[in-house]
Design a protein around this ligand. Sequence first.
Ligand code: SAH
Length: 458
Amino acid sequence: MKVQLPVHKNEQRTGTVTDLTYEGNGVVKVDHYPIFIPNALPGEAIEYVVTKVTKNFAWGRVLAWQSKSPDRVDLADQRYLQTGIAPLGHLAYPAQLRFKQKLIQDLLQKAHLDLAVSPTMGMAKPYQYRNKAQVPVKLVKGQLQTGFYRRGSHQLVPIEDFYIQDPVIDQTILVVRDALRKFKLTPYDEKTGKGIIRTVMVRRGYYSHEVMVVLITKTQHLPYAKELTATIKKQVPELKSLVQNINSKPTNKLLGDENRLLWGQATIEDRLLGIDFKISPLSFYQVNPQQTERLYQTAIDQAGLDGRQTVIDAYCGIGTISLAVAKHAKQVYGVEIVPAAIEDAKQNAALNGITNAKFVVGKAEEQMAKWQKAGLKPDVLIVDPPRKGLAESLITAAGQMAPKKIIYVSCNPATLVRDLQRFVEQGYHVTKPIQPVDQFPQTTHVESVTVLERTQND
Ligand code: SAH
């Protein structure tokens, strides 16, 4: 049976935007049927064309604005929206912060959880904050270019000012681009499998200012390696590390496993919450150091530590939270699924003379059950899971271990709200307003800290 849809492809319509999705698209409804429209803000009256139709929703594109939102900022450069570098770049920063708070509020309400959400902690300067860039290298009209892919494609849009990155990183990318052009190195072409350079990665320590450049190549051989090195070194005074990373596989994965040091040190250093970290090309490291400090400090403050507590940091990564907590706790246990991250965590503990943090490789849900069997009784459990949230078995194990407090650092409000409901079933309740912290200004990412305490009746 053919369902009659309220709109059809290529139809031109007018409408008023009623909402903004978690992906930052405006929503216009026709008889409850939603049409998602990029670059359209709530309250705006628009003319639009329907670009794609499915059974449950459609996509559209703005043709003209009849009225604009007072929260709209006229982005000088539309490429930031087109590429997904700044999907909220057209929304004024205070409105971005309200959007993130409301996103959590709406999800809580849908789940019938009556909980307060504090205003989002924002940045004074909500751009040029990223300490890391990974930019594809491609031929565009016969010339080697660096930039960013158009949303949902592998079509490169050349960009020089990336807006949300440390400007020294932007300059470094241009130095590398020009050097690659000068020595006529060819970009890797996914279609033909030919060419050499895939991606340029640049990192810069927020406190240390140390710069690492990684040239990710398709081939083992990097022609003109010496000349490239000399050129980049001369023009990037803060360069500490220049690495070739070889990724010969036809994959979307950015980095390969093999690193070759072209010049300098294999790692750079930076600090976070007073702890020194060594960062190698493959290490995970938080990309917004200022806001990470605020996010994690909020979590640590909420934990209420006075040096006597035993703390578990599940999903510990390279131990950022664990090592910061160790100073205020008796003993910290960290678990993380990526072996290389645990190696980094151990090395970082040693580098900082921290001896009361123990790190193990494993799945958090399995390791929690093991610790529980072994009789470990944590006072505080900190979780900082990936977007998919917590495994149900972890929540059960946590309930059985019965820590007084659970601190939930979340990067996805949808799974946070789901998991909070499960924790309530395990005898926990949320004791403070949920605190969103803006880790990724201009984007739709929403990070937050929630404190749960055991309901006292056992
Ligand atoms: N707090 C950490 C980052 C946490 S990001 C830091 O600041 O470095 C989430 C981490 O969870 C990632 O490092 C990911 O590798 C890890 N992870 C994903 N699934 C996991 C699982 N089932 N058990 C343990 N760790 C997991």
